[in-house]
Design a protein around this ligand. Structure first.
Ligand SMILES: *Cc1c(COP(=O)(O)O)cnc(C)c1O
Length: 345
């Protein structure tokens, strides 16, 4: 459901769009300034030279191991195309990020899923058992979308120790910037191993550039990066997205202050949800996964009539969960009021 459809549906103008984990603060003002000067008549740089150089500098990773994508979603597709052969086994976690499964299936793989524990944290022994079976790819979103927790240092080390030479570990860190300080940096941790791995990050969430479509993959070796580059279209990241991402990286101060404000709101909203007697998973992201105790579709409609868009979960076993993005304090208060009314009704 987008904002225009929600306006039509609810008859309200002031929509709180809390279903897609976008940044309610927008993006750095430097992005708008950079976009004012671009020339749309020229093709974009297929190698994303300036952006990859800026990422290389920020991350301390050589440019030949960084591939920019039309959103990190495109990198999920490109990794699958580059690596999978029909009949390959791909492992992932459930509930998880849909495209990890969809792109694997689209490339002829069989997908096997490890369930999260009942207390909504990662089931490490089950993940280790899955890795024992040597899947061609293991997709792990940590922090988890839609649930929210991230692997702590000890758990990440246990997972890495179980990844064998046949398996490419794809660690999707779309919400990396929202993790608390005691959580590991997956990229730094994987860099210290000899495994085959990909780390995915994006400008869509913390940097507020979801509509421009730009993300990236960092890969364990240049050969793998070349294979993923060959599996994408040449002009995949448009001129505006390249310029905007570079400008966003030049203003990390804007990003951190936005993220810090959202983390404070995350704690505040989580406390209020708990005070209503509802359970939400611990979150290292910009959203909460909440058990509303009744059908999630009914909850979605309840919020929509109040001009609030949330994401109802439909996977088996999670049909009473919604995922709600942390918005501005005003949006969050509207959400909390509507949730209180739903819980009572
Ligand atoms: C949002 C999200 C992405 C996709 O981000 P884009 O860069 O906008 O394509 C990838 N993985 C996860 C887990 C996400 O939540």
């Amino acid at each position: 459901m987008n904002i225009a459809a929600a306006r039509q549906h609810s008859g309200r103008h002031d929509i709180a769009a809390l279903a897609s984990n976008e940044n309610p603060h927008g993006c750095s003002p430097r992005v708008a300034a950079a976009l004012a000067n671009l020339d749309p008549s020229r093709y974009c740089d297929p190698a994303c030279t300036t952006l990859r150089a800026a990422l290389s500098q920020k991350l301390g990773i050589s440019v030949d191991r960084i591939v920019a994508g039309n959103g990190s979603e495109e990198m999920i597709a490109a990794v699958c195309r580059a690596v999978l052969r029909p009949g390959a086994v791909v492992g992932t976690v459930c509930p998880g990020f849909g495209l990890h499964e969809i792109e694997a299936l689209a490339n002829g793989a069989k997908v096997e899923k490890v369930a999260m524990r009942a207390d909504l944290d990662f089931d490490i022994p089950a993940i280790l058992a899955m890795l024992e079976r040597a899947p061609a790819i293991f997709f792990l979103s940590s922090p988890s979308n839609p649930v929210g927790p991230a692997l702590d240092r000890a758990s990440l080390q246990r997972v890495l120790a179980a990844v064998g030479p046949q398996t490419l570990l794809v660690l999707d860190e779309a919400y990396f910037e929202f993790t608390n300080g005691d959580m590991p940096d997956g990229l730094a941790t994987l860099s210290a191993t000899n495994l085959s791995w990909v780390v995915l990050r994006t400008f869509s969430k913390a940097y507020g550039l979801a509509g421009l479509r730009v993300g990236y993959a960092v890969l364990s070796d240049p050969r793998l990066a070349r294979a993923v580059t060959a599996a994408k279209t040449p002009f995949n990241v448009n001129v505006a997205a390249q310029v905007a991402a570079v400008a966003a990286l030049e203003d990390e101060t804007w990003m951190s202050s936005s993220v810090n404000a959202l983390k404070l709101e995350r704690a505040r909203v989580a406390d209020k949800v708990a005070a209503m007697g509802l359970s939400a998973a611990r979150s290292q992201t910009n959203f909460l996964f909440i058990d509303v105790g009744r059908d999630s579709q009914a909850a979605m409609e309840h919020f929509l009539t109040r001009g609030i868009i949330v994401k109802p979960w439909k996977e088996k076993g999670y049909g009473t969960f919604i995922r709600v993005t942390i918005g501005t304090p005003t949006e969050n208060d509207r959400f909390l009021d509507a949730l209180r009314a739903f819980a009572k009704g």
